[in-house]
Design a binder for this molecule. Structure first.
Ligand code: ZN
Length: 481
């Protein structure tokens, strides 16, 4: 019992100290650990299991929209990176350089990729020659490195894992369609698989990707009322094509520059899952990305009971295996300890099997999200357990959506805006004139930035919250990660 109490107390109270709670959950649930190099993290098997499921679900969506995977090198020659001025300026403060190979000093410094536009574009200029070669629809799953001063596991780390899609098209319209298609893929993946509601929108000039024509993103609200950019999709226009000379001969015989896009989502989404769904007992993992969807906890007191319980557990486990990621916990701990452990790890469903359940030919199912209990006859388990998982998945989304709605407010004057950002946080919908100067002044004053200009922005006449010039619609502000 003492052990049990100690275990629960190890997590800081979420409402008291959100940031401390987040750190405790990540470490205690064994998602990740701190690495010897500051700013890096070790993703432990349980955390990596979540990432692998995210990867497979997202990758299937990429394949379904016609994309293929490839792999490009980690090292990028400095001269390549320097070709696009805006791009290199945007990344320069965060680039790590390789200057030596073995004992030899390199003639040209090599950047450890902060992103791969430069290296991929240099290859596309070789591969693309005719309109028949287009579109090129390539994605890569890899690591990137951006030297960060302030880091936090998953949310901001110097090295992180992600995917980056890089496509080339014949026309601006085709590229824009691709950018919006991938924004939709991210929205669906994050809402349906991660159970996190998002606001799709366009970034302001100030917040767009270095070197892009336009950047779109999906924005999510975390449990502490701060925003998080969940994924981005960039229309790169012809900037990189001109710099890297990516041209094709069109049907009309003319030589033209391609239109390009890039889009990405990273391991920071694991942090988002923790922050959106978790509670004081720890993680709550949406069933679709849960490495263990159902944990069977056997309960017995006397050895004589153990064998009967074991037979039942084995039977139930085998019957669920084809449709559910299920495990049974036979470790040498008390049932209470196991309940805490698997709650901390956010397993969506617990199935208890005790001597009484053996007699009644049932299991006791307990949902992680609301702790609702239900007796499920063994024979019905293969149907009922997947149903319960689907219910957990959809109720997590509903709960997160209700939270976001309760924490989305309108503000029409700056004093109200400042008060909301300071006291309640959340998303604040406010009018903005479109000038970067106002955007920066608001950021300076309140710490809030424009998360996006929503795709479904309603036309509404108003005045900029800062300068009172006319505005035709509200944009989404928040403090953010
Ligand atoms: Zn203004």
């Amino acid at each position: 019992m003492a052990e049990e109490e100690k275990y629960v107390q190890a997590i800081v109270d979420k409402s008291q100290d959100f940031s401390g709670w987040y750190g405790d959950v990540v470490i205690q649930a064994q998602l990740a650990d701190y690495a010897p190099v500051k700013g890096c993290m070790v993703i432990r098997p349980y955390g990596f299991g979540i990432w692998e499921l995210m990867q497979s679900l997202l990758d299937a969506r990429f394949k379904a929209t016609g994309h293929q995977n490839a792999y490009f090198p980690l090292l990028i020659p400095e001269s390549f990176l320097a070709k696009e001025a805006e791009h290199v300026e945007g990344f320069a403060p965060q680039v790590a350089w390789v200057t030596q190979g073995g004992e030899d000093r390199l003639e040209e410094r090599l950047a450890i990729r902060p992103t791969s536009e430069a290296i991929i574009c240099s290859m596309y200029s070789k591969w693309i020659d005719s309109w028949r070669d287009l579109p090129v629809l390539i994605n890569q799953w890899c690591n990137v490195l951006r030297w960060e001063k302030v880091t936090r596991p998953f949310l901001r780390t110097t090295e992180f894992l992600w995917q980056e899609g890089h496509t080339a098209h014949r026309s601006e319209q085709e590229a824009e369609e691709e950018v919006l298609r991938m924004l939709g893929v991210y929205r669906d993946f994050i809402q349906e698989d991660l159970a996190i509601p998002v606001v799709p929108g366009r970034k302001t000039e100030n917040e767009k990707f270095a070197g892009a024509l336009r950047t779109y993103s999906v924005e999510a609200l975390m449990g502490d009322g701060k925003g998080l950019q969940a994924a981005t999709s960039h229309n790169l226009g012809q900037h990189f094509a001109r710099v890297f000379n990516i041209t094709f001969q069109d049907e009309d015989g003319e030589r033209k520059f391609v239109w390009q896009t890039s889009w990405g989502l990273s391991t920071r989404m694991i942090g988002a899952v923790v922050m959106v769904h978790g509670d004081d007992a720890g993680l709550i993992i949406p069933p679709r990305i849960a490495p263990v969807q159902a944990i069977i906890v056997p309960i017995w007191r006397k050895d004589a009971e153990k064998e009967a319980v074991r037979a039942t557990v084995e039977k139930v486990e085998a019957s669920l295996k084809p449709a559910v990621r299920v495990r049974s916990d036979w470790s040498e701990h008390t049932p209470g300890w196991k309940f805490n452990e698997w709650e901390l790890k956010g397993v969506p469903l617990r199935l208890e099997v005790g001597p009484r359940d053996v007699q009644k030919e049932q299991v006791v199912a307990v949902r992680r999200d609301n702790r609702a209990k239900e007796m499920v006859p063994w024979v019905k388990a293969p149907d009922r357990v997947p149903e319960l998982l689907a219910e957990v998945q959809s109720s997590l989304f509903s709960r997160a959506l209700a939270f976001r709605e309760a924490n989305t407010r309108n503000a029409d004057i700056l004093a109200d805006f400042e008060e909301i950002i300071a006291d309640q946080r959340g998303f604040v919908n406010a009018h903005w004139c479109g000038q970067t100067a106002c955007e920066l002044a608001i950021k300076e004053r309140t710490g809030a930035t424009i998360r996006c200009i929503p795709m479904d922005q309603a036309r509404e006449e108003g005045e900029c919250i800062y300068c009172r010039l006319p505005s035709h619609g509200r944009v989404v502000f928040a403090r953010s990660y």
